[in-house]
Design a protein around this ligand. Structure first.
Ligand SMILES: Nc1ncnc2c1ncn2[C@@H]1O[C@H](COP(=O)(O)OP(=O)(O)OP(=O)(O)O)[C@@H](O)[C@H]1O
Ligand SMILES: [Mg+2]
Length: 200
């Protein structure tokens, strides 16, 4: 299966771009959803995480309080590494499974932290959604209703825009109107259909 990794900084527009591909019938694998599924109430991984971070990182329903963990690991890089080492192998395995079972000509794997994680052998092509950092901060603040300071910290904890662009095979510049995205996505879709054909 031809797998296109879709990545980009926080609030760059990954989910919006993914929706456009989904409308064209392409299966989207959302690694964030895969991660969420791993830390539901009563899962083995949820138990491990609660034991490590403490029960105060659990929500009343027993699932992981992800915003709280996210905030915590921003200021504790070693804790971030611990969590990533625990979860990433499972996320990768489940991603591979979903890709193999997908019924579309190619699949899009939405991976927020592509650069920050180890290389992944099932990803064939990298599509980066790019947006100026100022705009990123504006969007994340608006959406999450957080301070400019926290928004900046979130950006700093991620790979830089330059690093991301350096690994891109294709780039979508999402600095215009959201409606403009569909044209660019259709263009890439046609390209990926061809690539998937050659790949098979
Ligand atoms: N071209 C655009 N112009 C204005 N707002 C946009 C544009 N594209 C996306 N947005 C808005 O910016 C916010 C972030 O977009 P989106 O959720 O697609 O990004 P994301 O990269 O998936 O974010 P996250 O990293 O949090 O998953 C959303 O509120 C979305 O509606
Ligand atoms: Mg998203």
């Amino acid at each position: 299966m031809f797998v296109v990794a879709l990545t980009g900084g926080v609030a760059a527009g990954k989910s919006t771009v993914a929706e456009h591909f989904a409308k064209l019938g392409i299966v989207i694998i959302d690694t964030d959803e895969l991660a969420k599924a791993l830390v539901q109430p009563g899962t083995a991984m949820m138990d491990d995480v609660a034991e490590h971070f403490g029960d105060e990182f659990k929500k009343p329903d027993g699932s992981l309080n992800r915003p709280k963990v996210r905030e915590h690991i921003f200021s504790h890089p070693e804790e971030r590494t611990w969590l990533e080492n625990l979860m990433h192998p499972y996320i990768r395995r489940n991603m591979k499974k979903e890709a193999e079972q997908a019924g579309s000509p190619y699949v899009i794997a939405q991976i927020p932290l592509l650069l920050e994680t180890q290389p992944n052998d099932i990803l064939d092509h990298v599509l980066v959604v790019d947006v100026p950092e100022k705009e990123q901060i504006r969007r994340v603040q608006k959406r999450d209703d957080i301070s400019a300071k926290l928004a900046k910290q979130m950006l700093e904890a991620q790979a830089s825009r330059e690093d991301r662009l350096a690994i891109a095979n294709d780039v979508i510049v999402n600095d215009g109107r959201p409606e403009d995205l569909s044209i660019r996505v259709l263009e890439l879709h046609k390209k990926y259909l061809k690539m998937a054909e050659d790949y098979a």
